[in-house]
Structure formats: C-alpha cells, structure tokens
Design a protein around this ligand. Structure first.
Ligand code: GRF
Length: 204
C-alpha cells in the first residue's frame, strides 16, 4: 500500500502546497498519497489552498476545543484519514505526548533554522537579528521536546547580502520548498520500501 500522509498546518501553508505539487508531479510522485490536510486553526489561508488543490481538509479549532478535546479530535482525524505518516508544515503547536506516542518515528517537521542552535518560533528573525551569513533549514523527526528530535536532513541557505528580513525568509522558504519533499521521499523509501510505486496522485 502506498503510504498515506496527513499534513498538519496552522497558517499560510506554502510548504503544504510545495509537498502537494511534489506528490502531483515532483519527487514525491508515486511515493505517497495526501490523505488529509488538517489545520489547528479554522479559516487559515492554507486550508483554502488545500481545497483549491482538491485535497481532503479538516479544520480544527485548538483554542475553542482546549488541549484534551483537541488532542482527541486530532487523533480521530488522523485515524479517519488512515494516516501512516504525519507531516508538520507550519504547525504552530507542540505535538502532545499522546499523539507522539501513537505516531512515534512517523512525525516529521521542517524548522527554519539549525535545531541545535535555535528552537521554537521565529527562526528567520533569529538569523536576521544575529546577522548570520548562512542558516540551516532542518527536517527532523518529532519527539516530546521542542525541536529536539533526530535530524533527517539539513540544507544551508546563503544569507549574505540579504539586507532585510523579508529577503532572509524568501531565500529560506525557497530552500524549504525543495528540501521538504526530498527529505520526505528519503524517509518514505527507507521506511516503506515496499510502497506501491503508483501513479502520481493529483487532480488534473
Ligand atoms: C516555515 O518557515 C516552516 O519552516 C516553519 O513555519 C513556516 C511555515 O510556513 N515551521 P508555511 O505555512 O509552510 O508557509
């Protein structure tokens, strides 16, 4: 069976779009199927983008639900999607121990910095404020900690001559959008070696 991935978002969703395009016609074609795009916030731009791409969406409201009910709703959504792998893409929540326990070793995240040097939010602001000549985008497995899981892939972003924060982020995101599909492909082919090498799954 081809691995089914659930993409978890909380906002803009540009990495989710990059992954979806890759499943459709890039390095992820035939490697996995997008079973659901799940948002922790209703009405975010990423959900509209997922809908436009014809992907199944689930909009949860973490603030309204509260921690316990949110975790239960997330686990149910993942179960209903029959997700094998959980892919965080701009997901602004710490994954709870309950969810980590169920999907241990099968939750990936992309972090806009070297996770050994900077954890948590605002990775590009950190690189800009520290006038770094380069930063490292990191794809890692998720454990109970804040960006503490094993690193799967890293790629450097040259920040020389950026001048403004927006340029730092623009260069970083361009790298993220290439690195995440590639790292996910390596993860899937390593962990699901007998995956169905099926046809690319996309709408058009
Ligand atoms: C990205 O910079 C990602 O590395 C970080 O959050 C941001 C999400 O952007 N975890 P998007 O929602 O994928 O556009």
């Amino acid at each position: 069976m081809i691995p089914r991935i659930a993409i978890l978002i909380s906002g803009r969703g540009s990495n989710m779009v990059a992954l979806a395009e890759s499943v459709c016609s890039g390095v992820l074609a035939g490697c996995c199927e997008i079973a659901a795009v799940i948002s922790s916030r209703p009405g975010v731009p990423g959900l509209a983008k997922a809908q436009e791409l014809g992907l199944p969406i689930v909009a949860l409201d973490a603030r309204a639900l509260g921690k316990e009910a949110y975790d239960a709703a997330l686990l149910l959504a993942l179960e209903q999607a029959r997700a094998d792998v959980v892919v965080l893409a701009g997901y602004l929540r710490i994954v709870s121990p309950r969810v980590v326990a169920k999907y241990r070793g099968r939750i990936l995240n992309i972090h806009p910095a070297d996770t050994k040097l900077h954890q948590g939010l605002h990775g590009y602001e950190w690189a800009f404020a520290n006038e770094l000549a380069a930063t490292k985008i990191t794809v890692h497995l998720v454990d109970e900690g804040l960006d503490t899981g094993p690193v799967l892939a890293q790629r450097e972003v040259d920040l020389r001559g950026t001048g403004i924060l927006e340029e730092v982020e623009r260069r970083g995101l361009a790298v993220e959008h290439r690195l995440y599909p590639e790292a996910l492909k390596t993860f899937l082919t390593t962990n699901y070696p007998n995956f169905a090498n099926g046809t690319p799954s996309c709408e058009s």
